[in-house]
Design a protein around this ligand. Sequence first.
Ligand code: ADP
Ligand code: ADP
Length: 225
Amino acid sequence: MSQIVLNNLGKSYGNVNIINGISLNIQEGEFIVLVGPSGCGKSTLLRMIAGLEDITSGELLMQGEVVNTLPAKKRDIAMVFQSYALYPHMKVRDNMSFALKLASVSKTERMARVEQAAEILGLTPLLDRLPRELSGGQRQRVAMGRALVRDPKAFLFDEPLSNLDAKLRHKMRAEIRKIHQRMGRTTIYVTHDQTEAMTMADRIVVLNGGHIEQVGTPETLYRDP
Ligand code: ADP
Ligand code: ADP
């Protein structure tokens, strides 16, 4: 059974269709990259899956259940944004554990999960710093840490690397793949960068004008014709 199923999904604002009949089956553990030009609907589609955007038509299923109207916080999905949105007055460890605190996870369990995520992300020596004492790449890692500690069924990334310089983007691409390999969680990753799509995806979904133009592995999509 596919973990996430998009069944003829549509989204419109008034008379304007932003997402037009998108269907896709996503398997557990898959790393999907959604790629396409600016304005093609990538971010909207991701937010529909996250539960941050209403679905106008069609069905969204997770583990076989229709979740069209299920609130975001009940979807067991964690999203990582381009702007890190860290709490400036909180240390790294508190930034990472805040959502767990809201979810009433015990202090011992919170500390254990933060330490484990910090180790995966190379943040262990930085746990007592404030966001302003970190580099851009380190802040992006803390934003990922906040998602990791929740141990969700799926991760959604919305252009997480576009604020970073080329060298750091290169490094973070490899790190995100490594984390995916280690955790094995389903990942949907939005980017407008073809290199990210080619180097990171198990499967690439090319969006254009709110519909799927092509789907395939990096090898089949970018092979010389
Ligand atoms: P992408 O992430 O691929 O750049 P978006 O999903 O952000 O694309 O946007 C897709 C289209 O939807 C764009 O044409 C955008 O102008 C439009 N759009 C996004 N949000 C709204 C909104 N709240 N009201 C009307 N149109 C919107
Ligand atoms: P990166 O190559 O990851 O962007 P930087 O060159 O920005 O890293 O930073 C190098 C080191 O300096 C990092 O270990 C970072 O923690 C530290 N650092 C950067 N900015 C600050 C700051 N404002 N206060 C304290 N330490 C900082």
